[in-house]
Ligand binder design. Structure first.
Ligand SMILES: [Fe+2]
Ligand SMILES: [Fe+2]
Length: 411
């Protein structure tokens, strides 16, 4: 039933966009029949593809079908997103037509029948959708694996003076199920190791759903080198919660157990509501890791009290927590002094603009802290933009992120 409604909605959108723009194409091009055939042929292919994926997708077995078809689903997604956003000028045009009709009607105008579309709005619809489609397509080809090192100085007031320029590399949101290229992960590992980090942290979402998505990548993850340790936490996608499996089921338990084992095999010290004290001679600080805690409907397995139980609060504390909403909702208001939280999860919505002095992404309407460093009083949060991708197999403007954090003492 949901599938029929989905296809029905897509068809209506298709029809609306087609009827709104076809006359512009007719004026520009003599072979309107060819445009008609191409437009509807693509649409029929898309509908068939969607029906095939939905009907054959088995939600209860560890299928990789979704991950294999991410290119196709992304193409469907960008095509319909482009048509949807491109329809905005047509909707504006329709609203104006209603006003024009009503105005003319009450003025007894003989031109009430002339409520044709405005030519420039029809052209705008084509330009907007064409530009968006090609931008998203370019993002799939050149943005998806265009890894970027983001360097950030972070000042902590009680940081040990002798640990000046302590280098923490943060990576996040690998979503290995949609990564599709071990060679690209090798490239990432090389970029990390070149920096000779003191510590490497991975802040969750190793997979999309199932542990086995990570198997082809474990040997590569093992190669990440860090002098003082590699730490990780879980993200909301690491709990296999989005595939209709009950947490009480054997399948769920087995999947979770295997995922924890893979994190260990990759060389990460996975922190499940627990802490580690890093002691370098008499210089000390805490690394604390919580399970996923997200505002709204996201799972709330994170337990800050449990994680902070053995922590010496007199020394600086760095908290790893996948979802940045945890910072505002729990961490900042808690009784603990947490000088720095490292999060991921937002992916910067894989779309936006980031230039020196200005950044924008639709992510900011959902998350107050969505990319980079934020500070309120003595609390700071740094949000990594993610390395992998989910849903849309591309990146525009907000590139896959290797965060190189240089920790210094605030003077
Ligand atoms: Fe993620
Ligand atoms: Fe996430």
């Amino acid at each position: 039933m949901k599938l029929i409604i989905l296809i029905g909605c897509l068809f209506l959108l298709d029809m609306y966009f087609y009827l709104g723009t076809v006359s512009v194409v007719n004026k520009l091009w003599n072979y309107k029949i060819i445009f008609k055939i191409i437009y509807w042929l693509i649409s029929i292919l898309v509908y068939t593809g969607i029906i095939y994926i939905v009907v054959t997708y088995n939600k209860t077995t560890p299928s990789v079908r979704f991950n294999d078809s991410i290119i196709y689903t992304s193409l469907f997604f960008i095509l319909f997103t482009a048509k949807l956003i491109g329809s905005i000028p047509l909707i504006i045009d329709d609203i104006l037509r209603v006003f024009r009709y009503v105005f003319a009607f009450f003025n007894n105008s003989q031109y009430t029948h002339d409520v044709s579309r405005l030519d420039f709005l029809k052209k705008s619809a084509l330009i907007v959708s064409g530009t968006l489609f090609s931008t998203l397509l370019i993002g799939m080809q050149w943005g998806r694996y265009n890894f970027k090192k983001n360097y950030q100085d972070i000042f902590i007031h009680n940081w040990p003076t002798d640990l000046e320029n302590y280098k923490i590399i943060q990576i996040s949101d690998l979503h290995l199920g949609s990564f599709n290229d071990v060679g690209k992960l090798e490239e990432i590992v090389e970029m990390i190791n070149d920096e000779k980090p003191n510590i490497v942290v991975f802040t969750g979402d190793l997979v999309n759903n199932y542990y086995h998505e990570a198997i082809p990548y474990v040997n590569t993850l093992k190669k990440i080198e860090a002098k003082d340790g590699k730490f990780s936490i879980l993200g909301n996608h690491d709990y296999c919660d989005y595939v209709m499996l009950k947490r009480s089921s054997e399948k769920w338990k087995e999947n979770f157990k295997q995922l924890l084992a893979l994190e260990k095999e990759a060389g990460f010290d996975l922190l499940l509501n627990e802490s580690r004290e890093i002691a370098l001679g008499d210089k000390r600080f805490n690394i604390v890791g919580v399970e996923n805690w997200g505002a709204g409907n996201f799972n709330k397995d994170g337990d800050l009290d449990k994680a902070m139980k053995d922590v010496d609060i007199k020394i600086p504390t760095i908290l790893l927590s996948h979802d940045p909403s945890h910072w505002n909702e729990v961490v900042r208001g808690s009784k603990y002094n947490i000088e720095l939280q490292l999060s991921g999860h937002t992916h910067g919505m894989q779309f936006g603009i980031e230039i020196p002095g200005f950044k924008w992404s639709p992510a900011q309407y959902r998350y107050k802290e969505w990319a980079g460093l934020y500070k309120i009083d003595n609390n700071q949060i740094y949000v990594n933009r993610g390395l992998g991708h989910l849903g849309y197999a591309g990146r525009v403007g907000i590139m896959p992120d290797i965060s190189i954090l240089n920790i210094k003492k605030e003077i």
